[in-house]
Write a protein that binds this ligand. Sequence first.
Ligand SMILES: C[S@@+](CC[C@H](N)C(=O)[O-])C[C@H]1O[C@@H](n2cnc3c(N)ncnc32)[C@H](O)[C@@H]1O
Length: 211
Amino acid sequence: MEKQEIRTFGRRHGKKLSARKLWLIENVLPNILPTSKEKNLILEIGFGAGEHLRTLALEHPNKTIIGAEPFVNGVAALLSAITDERNGILPQYKNIRIWPDDVRQILIDSQYLFEEIWILHPDPWPKARHEKRRLLQPDFIKLLLNRLAPSGQIIIGTDHWGYFDWIKEKATKSGLTFSEPDLHTIQTRYQRKNMAETNHPKYLIFEKPQI
Ligand SMILES: C[S@@+](CC[C@H](N)C(=O)[O-])C[C@H]1O[C@@H](n2cnc3c(N)ncnc32)[C@H](O)[C@@H]1O
């Protein structure tokens, strides 16, 4: 990343990691970082504890699922869930790669093209003075569109309806088009907290414009 981006995430560290999780971060994570050779790609941005990312991995055994998440405890939770008691990656999760940092680094520095890009419950940054920290600014959506394979889709879900409307308003003003499908994805850890106190998430899909 050339210029200093505004930080869109909160904490990098939560409570102290167990010895096993620390071991996984030091010894397993380096083996499943994304490489330039990955093909047939799906990206999940801000996977949290990785529940939805694991679902993607199971649903798409022939695709590589890259997850980006700078929150170390989230990365550790995912590593713990995809490894067995001998710390080997479970066979059904061998298609997972983890980027333990800001997704913008791999979007800007790499040549990846994704068939799907998922963002579930992006940090809402509800206070007006924090709005600039919201990830889904029009420029970021444009960057994602440039990283979509032909017929690819960006799928955004949030139960924070204020943020949802804000994304739509900003995108429309920037000339971006989208649909509002009635989707049902699995309930993630953040969604279970239901901090926004709404009764269901809303979804947006952005597609690569056909030339
Ligand atoms: C509110 S949490 C939701 C986590 C998860 N998707 C869920 O639904 O449980 C938003 C996540 O996005 C991550 N995030 C924020 N900015 C990011 C960025 N630039 N790159 C990658 N992840 C980011 C945060 O670290 C945080 O874990």
